[in-house]
Design a protein around this ligand. Sequence first.
Ligand code: TPP
Ligand code: MG
Length: 566
Amino acid sequence: MGCMASTEAAADLVALLADEGVSHLFINPGTDTAPVQEALAAARAAGTPHPETVLCLHEHVALSAAIGHHMASGLPQAVMVHVDAGTLNLGGAIHNAQRNRTPVVVMAGRAPYTVAEDVRGHRDSPIHWQQEQVDQPGVMRAFGKWHMEVPRGRELAPILRRAFQVAQAPPSGPAYVMLPRESLMEPSPGPLPARLRPPAPPGPDPTALAQVAEALATAQRPVVLTSRTGAHPENVPVLARIAELLGAPVIDQRDRVNLPAGHALEAVSGEALLRRADAVLLLDVEVPWVPALAAPPPDARVLQIDVDCAKPSMPLWTFPVEVAVTADTRAALPALERALLGLATPRRCEAWAERRRAVEAELETSRAGARARGTSDQPADAPDAMLAALHGALPDDAIVLEEVVTSRAALHRQLRRAPGHYFQTGSPALGWAIGGAIGIKLARREAPVVAVCGDGSFNFGVPTAAMWAAHRVGAPFVAVVLNNHSYYASKRPVQSLYPDGAAVSGGDFPETELTPETDYALLARACGGEGRAVDAPADLPEALRWALAEASHGRCVVIDARLPRP
Ligand SMILES: Cc1ncc(C[n+]2csc(CCOP(=O)(O)OP(=O)(O)O)c2C)c(N)n1
Ligand SMILES: [Mg+2]
């Protein structure tokens, strides 16, 4: 017999995950993970620290759940998948982890090297030849920050420590560790090495920050543009105070809740404001505007605060930033507020207050128009009406994940949440929301979790795997599927690029209609959950109350919210 699992490197892996603060290991096992499974069993039996494991029947769900968990908990994440095949199945979730800066260590087996029978973990199946690739980490290379293979058991713990450090160092992101079975089964060298602490988040350069403050204080029409500043909810009141002081509207892309709900300076639509701005402050924003749609004037002063200002992972990020401040907004926003207060002469204060009144009045007009769409019975406003009904029915503590694609503007118009109660990936690989809901529920067990997604997005999320995992681990969610029976996002470009084309004139938009219909409620029941179709916004509140009650008893619920086909 070989040595006991508890003295193997795989046991170091289990103990180290717990020591790094990983609460859940999202896993899909294979022949490569046996030593880790054995070490987990040993840790459970002995009661030694180990993460809770979450079996995911598809790897996309595993990584999506890790993304969601981090959004809600701020903790580092770990995912374990099977060799090259499991890595490939992470699919678009790798892209989402990259764009969300999820500090996640993705671990994958690697085919054993050894054919010799006397080496523990050696090859014992034909798949050990088939699963070996010339460049297994190539799958992760374009999206991850770092990757490494564990060559020997004694190197496992230092390499994993390093992986967690790199993944969490700002800007955070995925790291990838490959684990040959022989390494996992080699003896542990002894006590775990100390943690390699990630560097402290960067603070703002004082000179650059003063330039930003000066540019904002002297602007006539300043605009603040944000997407994720509220990832740290303590930023929300500071951002609100800065906007109020300057009387500047906030164009909010809403990957998170960045302003207090219904704040008078939140712009429902930012295009007109952007076109006449003379200073634009970009806060934690990935894509500030689309030049072909609406951009600030060429002489507007563009200022930026972000931990990753240059964004080298986006090859053509060519926005004309005059002053870029590399900083965590948790440090930079209070410093900016202080700097602005220092520049707030009585005359300026008067001008800023006057501007605030004018901007708020203008924004209130557009808000009233947006609200009206929530009670409209026009087919074009059907998403607004359904989402207004959802907004009215959501309890205050519910956490919403958004993946509604072409209904996103409607959702922004109709749905308000408190800081820390709304999440969006801000990245285009669909299928994140229902897996993400599992992670968020595990991180915030007391709150109801509601994933609002398009019918296409729901399907991309591998619903059978997501609901199964949610039930098994006791992390039920409610999915509200905005079912427009189509990939509307894949139809609109055909309409706009070929307004006089064959598709428009013939009313034939190839492969954009999701027919025949799927019975999503029945699908949920097949997975041990519950479901109901809702045809009119007026029926949604009662359906949601029922769904939340079911979810509180451990069942996932799918509300098939039917909309007209656009
Ligand atoms: C993984 C992935 N595959 C394909 C796409 C391309 N795509 C973008 S939007 C979309 C349709 C989404 O449909 P749905 O969620 O129903 O939203 P709708 O467009 O109907 O509002 C598709 C297929 C994508 N973004 N991600
Ligand atoms: Mg759709």
